[in-house]
Design a protein around this ligand. Sequence first.
Ligand code: F6R
Length: 617
Amino acid sequence: MCGIVGYVGKQKAAPLIIEGLKRLEYRGYDSAGVAVFQGGKFEVAKKIGRVANLEIEASHHRLTGTFGIGHTRWATHGGVTDANAHPHVSSDGTIALIHNGVIENYGKIKNFLLPKGYTFKSETDTEVLCNLIAYHYAKEAVAREGESRFVESVRKTLHHVEGTYGIVVMALDAPGELVTARKGSPLILGLGDGESLVASDVSAIVSRTQSVVYLKDGEIAHLTASNFAITTLGSDSVEPVVDKVTWSITDAEMGDHSHFMEKEIFEQPTALENAMRGRFSADGSTAQFGGLNISAGEFRGIERFMFCACGTALHACMVTEHLIEEFARIPVECDYASEFRYRNSPLFRNTLFFVMSQSGETIDTLAAMREAKRKGYKVLAVNNVVGSTIAREADGGIYQHVGPEVGVASTKAFTSQLLIGAMLALYIGRMRDLSFGAGVRYVEALKGAPDLVRKALLQADHIKAIAKRYAHYTDMLFLGRLSLFPIALEGALKLKEISYIHAEGYPAAEMKHGPIALVSEKCPSVFFAPSGEIVNKIISSMQEIKARKGPIIAIITERVELPAGLADETIVIPECHEAVLPIVASIPVQLLSYYIAVERGCDVDKPRNLAKSVTVE
Ligand code: F6R
């Protein structure tokens, strides 16, 4: 949440920063701002709304400076106003700051600063932090040998701060220098040719350089155009590890698609191929993972799994639970990361803990992981963003390898999490009672998943036509059973987050125990009815809805025959192995939500009130 970009080099900073902010807009789009150093002072342009508004505003400011900072905001402290937009400048004019995170003790700090003459124009915790740096810069900071007073004043300030932050700071009398620090909010340094950058996500800097350093919590970096140095909050110097980004800027561009969400839905066959590449054993009967950092023997000793995640990623965990229990016969528990972290849940001794997170920065998931580690458990992570905090702090893990996901509504990251969950169930199952033959059939099924997804995507025009007929409804139910119950939850989440239609997901048979009261001709139900043992039970649930005049959209597999007239709309997906079914069944609900949102004129990639990568509680 909140996107940060800093630049120091030879080019005009503002256009580069604004370009970077556009790529970070998925992190928040309440307001945006940029500050550059020119003519001996900070020139600031900021505006509520999208980065496009900032671009217009900035054009009135003639921003020519070659170092500066920019921010796109997801509001926490203080409403969505120009005054609350970042960057903030201290009241004595010496410090400019952008910040991602929450300063919890900002009230106390403000009370400390007010009698000393510092004044405030905004309601933000960030402006308080900015003035505290100015205070230390002016009054207290003493430079250590070889280190600037500027760095020292930021360090001193951060010792007094409670909460989370990713910050980039400029000081009036330190032209050409940026100081950046993090605790709980991601920051990446970009090392370019005669220029240095800092951003909250690689996508903002990858067009300038592919050499990056992932800053760790508790580290402070001091950047100039040609150099950088990292120290800890405790003043120890840090030997930096320079990584190479393996994807290019075109991977984060929309191409011919109307929205990133559309692009990412249609990218799923390739994304799945990338997520499974090189991950099957030579005998073709099981999965293999390079980075689990846990021996087969240790794995065999595991008696229980615990999965924690948020939102869509939690739905992927719930499908994984179903598959591990089915194919490996080991009990699995799933929990909302935000609940687990405060619940003091009793955990069994031989439990292996997993977290799933596309971004690897979701604060609740990170906190749940730290809590499990604190209790002495090993934690493995399923994660997409390379070098993320969760990836670095986990004991081992599995990268999703699906490239940058830009649309706020997760699609390709979700189905790749489903795939990895299915591969985990296979891997664990094969260590126990799953036979060689069953393993081979499972592997073949997973290898066939990309083509089955391609086939499901061929329904796009049909689903688009259905979406046009259903876009005016205000309520919808999503109903599924077994491994498709989490997909019903996901369908409801997708629809509500991008189209603002109220939607709920339920186990199909549970619908009788309350939600059926909502059913009328005004509330359609989306049913998953794949072939299998309980398809007739699902058909009975559909009859109960039909008897109450509820419109029905049925998502069925090829072999299912519904009684004539039962479904108002039918979407047919291919028959598939149980491990692949949740992946393929996700496609129609992604498309349905997408086309309904487009039909309603919603901003699909930037739904209201939301942001990708939720780094605040
Ligand atoms: C919904 C969505 C969110 C995320 C959730 C966790 O489409 O994207 O529900 O799944 O915020 O995010 P990560 O996976 O980054 O931890």
